[in-house]
Design a protein around this ligand. Structure first.
Ligand code: NAD
Ligand code: UFG
Length: 357
């Protein structure tokens, strides 16, 4: 580990977005420490990140830990100094949060408060948080800018809103804090090696993993939730961002934390483009040269019609923008689900993991 490398604590580091971010951090020259209770992930992801990072893999260590275990977290912070924390750890299934709200409030809120308390006690006041486009609710217009009114339609969404508010309050109470709230739109895809990625347990809630499972024959057909929306083809429109672009957004955020003028700021991480369910299916069919059978069904409760990001603020202030096109996102999602990948070629086109130079 080089002496000069910034050391970043990554909570939820074994998870889907956390593992891709760990990899990009290592390739970007950071040292990283991952913590995760492995409730929704496996430590294998950490080993794979180390392998994918090659010589940089030695700059990663991991601790199995629940964030609500304050003594364990205290011990970790007492044992080393962190330059910043990227906080992914949390529960994220919208439907489950409606059925088990207390689990969500306990895990997401208590976990975050414990983390922030321990950070403050150890003088670590640089924080990047995984928020979500879910805080825009059903927006009156698109693209969504960071100034739009906020709302939440589920206990999960409320945990994101509450944590955003907690962060704003902390900053108001102590201006030494530097906090960036990142509102993700719809993360999809995986590292092109297929070596790390998303493999949801049970029936996938999200569109892309479901389409992938239909493509590999694990499910007979995709159920399309609603074709009567006021959109180009009647199906829901979202902003699908490749997980490696999203991961790079975190590195841009870390850089921004060194800006003396930063307080508590919020940025959208999306592509700025809306894509319908049927367009995703058509692109996937084109890339895989196979038919995705569809079953048309009613709207899914709690779904919104059209949500996509304004990316102006992130591009301007974080000097970050996506590098992977929509076609490439679909091609890579197909490739990572079928194992047909070309890591070398992709990394050549995507660079070494550094954001915009
Ligand atoms: P994920 O479930 O793959 O990763 C989250 C990780 O946190 C898991 O590995 C889990 O084991 C761990 N974890 C949960 N509670 C913990 C606790 N109390 N202590 C320690 N570890 C704990 O999910 P993801 O898709 O990588 O999402 C990461 C973050 O991004 C989450 O906060 C999520 O709400 C947010 N987000 C995700 C999406 C999305 O569509 N994937 C969209 C917007 C926001
Ligand atoms: N959809 C289907 N069939 C499926 C799954 C999804 O038609 O089997 C449709 C949905 O109705 C929606 C679109 O595909 O129109 C996208 O749905 P996802 O479930 O993939 O994503 P959402 O936009 O509903 O929600 C996701 C995360 C939330 C997060 C939100 C914004 O699941 O946690 O993005 O970041 F808050």
């Amino acid at each position: 580990m080089t002496d000069m490398a910034q050391k970043i604590l990554v909570t939820g580091g074994a998870g889907y977005i956390g593992s891709h971010t760990l990899l990009q951090l290592l390739l970007g020259g950071y040292a990283a420490v991952g913590v995760d209770n492995l409730d929704n992930s496996s430590q294998v992801a950490i080993q794979r990140v180390q392998e994918l990072a090659g010589e940089y893999g030695q700059n990663l260590s991991f601790h199995k830990m629940d964030l609500r275990d304050k003594p364990a977290l205290e011990k970790l912070f007492a044992s080393m100094k962190f330059d910043a924390v990227i906080h992914f750890a949390g529960l994220k299934a919208v439907g489950e949060s409606v059925a088990k709200p207390l689990n969500y409030y306990d895990n997401n809120l208590s976990g975050t408060i414990t983390l922030l308390e321990v950070m403050a006690a150890h003088g670590c006041k640089r924080f990047v948080f995984s928020s979500s486009a879910t805080v825009y609710g059903w927006p009156k217009e698109v693209p969504c800018t960071e100034e739009f009114p906020l709302s939440a339609a589920s206990p999960y969404g409320r945990t994101k809103l509450f944590i955003e508010e907690i962060c704003r309050d902390i900053y108001h109470s102590d201006s030494e804090w530097k906090i960036i709230l990142l509102r993700y739109f719809n993360p999809v895809g995986a590292h092109p090696s297929g070596y790390i990625g998303e493999d949801p347990r049970g029936v996938p809630n999200n569109l892309m993993p479901f389409v992938q499972q239909v493509a590999v024959g694990r499910r007979p057909a995709l159920t399309v939730f609603g074709n009567d929306y006021s959109t180009k083809d009647g199906t829901g429109v979202r902003d699908y961002i490749h997980v490696l672009d999203l991961a790079d957004g975190h590195i841009a955020a870390l850089r921004k934390l060194s800006d003396p003028s930063i307080g508590c700021e919020v940025y959208n991480l999306g592509t700025g483009k809306g894509t319908s369910v049927l367009e995703i299916v058509a692109s996937f069919e084109k890339a895989s040269k196979q038919k995705i059978p569809l079953v048309m069904a009613g709207r899914r409760p709690g779904d919104t019609e059209t949500v996509y990001a304004s990316t102006d603020k992130a591009e301007r202030e974080l000097k970050w923008k996506i590098q992977i096109s929509k076609q490439e996102v679909v091609r890579l999602s197909r490739a990572s689900s079928s194992g047909k990948t070309s890591k070398g070629r992709f990394l050549e086109s995507h660079g070494n993991g550094r954001v915009n130079g």
